[in-house]
Design a protein around this ligand. Structure first.
Ligand code: DGP
Length: 114
C-alpha cells in the first residue's frame, strides 16, 4: 500500500499526541475528536483497510483491539464504557487508508451511529 499520513506519524515525520506505543501498535489522539476521549490505534505494519486483512493478520488485529481495551482500563473509563470503531472504505466513512481503530469515550454514545 502507499504511504499515508499515519505512516508519517509512526515515523515522527509529522507531530501527533501519541498516548501509547509498543512493538506493533501506536495510538494517538484524533485531530478531530468526536468524544472527550478519541484515540486512534494503528498497526505499525500498514494494512490499507479491513478488507486487506487475512488470517495472517489475526494476531495483529487482536493485539490492536487488546491494546485499546488495556489502555481504556489504565485510563479508568473501561467500566463506564467506550466504543471501538473500524471504518472500511467509502460507505464505512474511511478517509485514511491505513487501518485504524477509533476508541471513543467520555460521553454517552448513541445507536444507530448515523
Ligand atoms: P476514518 O474516517 O475512519 O478514516 O478516520 C480518520 C481519522 O483520522 C479522522 O477521525 C481524523 C483523523 N486524522 C486525519 N488526519 C489526522 C492527522 O494528521 N492527525 C491526527 N492526529 N488525526 C488525523
Amino acid at each position: 500500500m502507499g504511504d499515508t499520513l499515519f505512516g508519517k506519524i509512526i515515523r515522527r515525520e509529522i507531530p501527533a499526541d501519541i498516548v501509547y506505543e509498543d512493538d506493533e501498535v501506536v495510538a494517538f489522539r484524533d485531530v478531530n475528536p468526536q468524544a472527550p476521549v478519541h484515540v486512534l490505534f494503528i498497526p505499525k505494519q500498514a494494512l490499507a483497510t479491513l478488507n486487506d486483512a487475512s488470517d495472517a493478520d489475526a494476531t495483529l488485529i487482536g493485539k490492536l483491539v487488546l491494546a485499546a481495551t488495556r489502555w481504556a482500563r489504565q485510563q479508568g473509563f473501561a467500566d463506564n464504557g467506550y466504543r471501538c470503531v473500524i471504518n472500511c472504505n467509502r460507505d464505512g466513512g474511511q478517509t485514511v487508508f491505513h487501518l485504524h481503530l477509533h476508541l471513543l469515550a467520555g460521553r454517552q454514545m448513541h445507536w444507530p451511529p448515523g
